[in-house]
Design a protein around this ligand. Structure first.
Ligand code: ADP
Ligand code: MG
Length: 691
């Protein structure tokens, strides 16, 4: 009865078939085309019988021979042992648990074929739990693929489905011949057939290392598809309309420059120019502003905002945390309000009334510039004249959130929907290969120069057994009139524990340093209290600020020049770099102490070494990419999307470059190939690439 119902529910097919389908679905396998590019993770060589005399420990082999004897031994535990000989040598077979029929299979005198991994046993070379079949059977003429699979889905089921798909699917060529030749690539059909059924004799090693031309073709295809998607996204963007914000020389902009308490660096001037030119165009800017921590991105954002406001539009700046939003608000208010700009802010911690007022003012167009957190992307928020959105620490936001803020501006359009310009800012530099593969639709501006008068931060690695020395250092600095941060250990497992640690650390440090004004800040404090603490620290009333990673981004207090990070081994590289960037902003020499607790894991050791060896954000990002892969940089931790299945950005950097060239050529000269290629490779992934 239940079975019948299930059969009906699954469209009349047998329940087994339906559940098989569900398993395929879990692997993303729906159409024949999906199965075709579901490629083996490794191979087994069942094409050959080797001499027993030639086998070595560690090899997976297939041999045939006569059973010299077999017996059930009882010591050290009950087990079945047999010895096999083919005249060239002897191999032992061992079963630690077995069925009666397995015993019969290896009766003395039988000639059998066995397969398995050889290891050095007590009495000689042996295979534990070998696979046994009759000798003399036919041998396959290709290597046996082993596919990535999921719970309950067997290799034979996958093999059958893939074989069927290979007959049904369109394997026609998606690249022009000239291109295959130019890059020395085999045809798609050829590559696919080779990888699913490599001819006997092909090097398993080469296939495993994925250096074989067939693998190169697959990786090339995958990277090319990605380049093409990005190129199409760029094309689509160019067809969208955005307000041309042309007031680059307005009085507002000039007065902003004149009123600054410092002179802009050359790098800042250059990127302001790049952004300004983008804003003046009538299609949306999509620009990433990169600059190491402390390089002065906020003021660049202020110039972009001024140009938009002078052109009669509204600007929204979104920051990932309240503290950061508040800092931006304070700074931009100081710079812009005297010039007649209405600056507002919107975060989750406003009272209902404050929030309502802010939202009303925005909707009525009485606000020129709004700064806030994710609260900006709530449904109720409307901007009638939104011309520019700025995302600070953009990698902290998910793809969806980034799109959401831009859409606030789309609502504002007339007949042709208009999209606001978008400026993304980040202190986490994106390594070149990554920028090329995932951000090809993003123009990049770079502040590659720090404001004058900064001296690099000295980094010290100190074992937590030397805590007293660290306390003495804090004492000295504070005596000398400077301030310090003390970052509490990260407790990933639990927020409550994290909080407790911060409170405990604060208590312990207050006791250990009785003549010092010690403050505490953590994420659970009400926003007003956080602000008050931050203000007191800025004013010098607090000398040592004990904090969780809430201070990681953006916090800017020039007189703080000592940063202590407890249990530094628990933090990621990017996070450590951000934290260290909180000091070194004023005149004097700054120091960052990374306290660690041994023994260190290999990864932690390398991370700390990277921090010790360099203060260059790009070098740190490169090592971070090496250690953690690309997801982290792209702000896609939430989506968990698999980015590249076969290509590896590090190892295949050369192919990335080729694919980039090929994409340009295809877009220009072979539009029908573009479609065919994307149909095969980019199914269902468009959204990810568009953002
Ligand atoms: P980040 O790029 O990390 O966001 P900020 O914009 O917070 O850096 O700038 C860091 C500090 O440097 C701020 O106090 C800012 O006012 C100051 N600053 C920015 N540009 C300059 C400059 N050209 N000369 C001196 N100080 C500057
Ligand atoms: Mg910043």
């Amino acid at each position: 009865m239940a079975q019948a119902r299930e059969a009906i529910a699954s469209g009349g097919r047998a329940p087994a078939a339906a559940s098989l389908e569900r398993k395929f679905e879990r692997l993303g396998l729906r159409e024949p085309a999906d199965f075709v590019v579901h490629l083996p993770i490794r191979y087994e060589d069942e094409t050959r019988i080797v001499d027993i005399g030639s086998v070595m420990p560690g090899q997976t082999v297939q041999v045939e021979g006569e059973v010299l004897f077999s017996e059930v031994q009882l010591r050290p535990r009950r087990q079945l042992v047999a010895a096999l000989s083919d005249g060239t040598g002897r191999l032992y077979l061992r079963w630690l648990h077995f069925y009666p029929n397995q015993r019969r299979q290896v009766e003395t005198g039988r000639v059998i074929r066995v397969r398995g991994e050889v290891r050095q046993g007590y009495s000689g070379l042996e295979i534990v739990h070998p696979r046994v079949s009759v000798a003399g059977g036919p041998l396959p003429d290709s290597l046996t693929p082993v596919y990535p699979t999921t719970d309950g889905l067997t290799q034979p089921a996958l093999h059958r489905a893939i074989a069927r798909a290979l007959e049904q699917a369109d394997l026609s060529e998606s690249l022009p011949d000239s291109m295959c030749q130019a890059f020395g690539l085999p045809s798609f059909a050829n590559a696919i057939r080779t990888l699913h059924a490599p001819p006997a004799g092909m090097s398993v090693h080469e296939l495993l290392e994925r250096g074989h031309p067939a693998w190169r073709r697959i990786k090339f295809d995958e990277l090319l598809a990605q380049q093409l998607s990005l190129a199409l996204a760029r094309k689509r963007r160019r067809m969208q309309r955005a307000p041309a914000l042309t007031a680059s020389h307005a009085e507002l902009v000039q007065r902003l420059r004149a009123g600054l308490p410092f002179t802009l660096t050359h790098a800042q001037e250059r990127v302001i120019g790049e952004i300004s030119a983008d804003l003046a165009r009538d299609y949306p800017m999509h620009r990433l502003l990169q600059g190491d921590v402390g390089s002065g991105k906020t003021v660049v954002a202020a110039f972009a905002a001024a140009q938009a406001i002078a052109s009669g539009h509204q600007v929204a700046i979104m920051a990932p945390t309240e503290i950061l939003a508040e800092q931006h608000f304070t700074k931009l208010q100081t710079w812009l309000e005297p010039l007649g700009v209405n600056v507002a802010w919107l975060t989750g911690s406003l009272t209902a009334r404050q929030r309502r007022e802010a939202i009303e003012a925005m909707a009525a167009g009485r606000v020129d510039l709004v700064i806030g957190t994710q609260a900006l992307i709530q449904d109720k928020v409307h901007f009638p004249q939104l011309g520019l959105v700025i995302l600070d620490e953009q990698h902290r936001f998910g793809v969806a959130q980034r799109l959401e803020l831009s859409r606030k501006g789309e609502e504002a359009g007339g007949e042709v929907p208009q999209v606001p310009h978008q400026l993304n800012m980040s202190a986490t530099p994106i390594p070149r290969t990554l920028a090329m593969t995932f951000f090809a639709d993003l123009d990049v501006s770079m502040i590659d120069e720090l404001p004058p008068g900064r001296s690099p931060v000295i980094t010290k690695l100190v074992s937590d057994t030397r805590r007293d020395e660290v306390l003495a250092l804090v004492h000295r600095e504070v005596q000398g009139g400077r301030q310090a941060y003390w970052v509490c250990p990260l407790v990933e497992e639990s927020e409550a524990l994290q909080l407790q640690t911060a409170v405990d650390t604060h208590a312990a440090l207050s006791e250990a340093l009785p003549d010092m004004r010690v403050g505490l800040m953590h994420g659970r404090m009400p926003a007003t209290e956080k602000q008050a603490t931050m203000d007191a620290f800025r004013a010098g009333e607090i000398q040592l600020l004990v904090a969780t990673t809430v201070i990681e981004v953006g916090v800017d207090v020039p007189n703080a020049c000592l940063m202590i990070i407890e249990h530094a081994e628990r933090f990621g590289l990017a996070q450590l770099h951000q934290l260290r960037g909180r000091v070194g902003r004023g005149g004097g020499q700054s120091v960052c102490v990374l306290m660690y607790q041994g023994p260190l894991s290999q990864v932690a050791r390398e991370r700390l070494r990277a921090m010790y060896e360099t203060t260059d954000g790009f070098e740190i990002a490169r090592r971070d990419l090496e250690q953690r892969g690309p997801g982290e940089f792209l702000g896609m931790r939430q989506s968990g999307q698999e980015l590249l299945r076969y290509a590896d950005l590090q190892a295949d950097a050369g192919i990335v470059e080729q694919a980039r060239q090929a994409a340009i050529e295809l877009m220009e000269r072979y539009p029908e190939h573009v479609q065919r290629h994307l149909a095969r490779w980019a199914r269902g992934r468009q959204d990810l690439l568009r953002s």
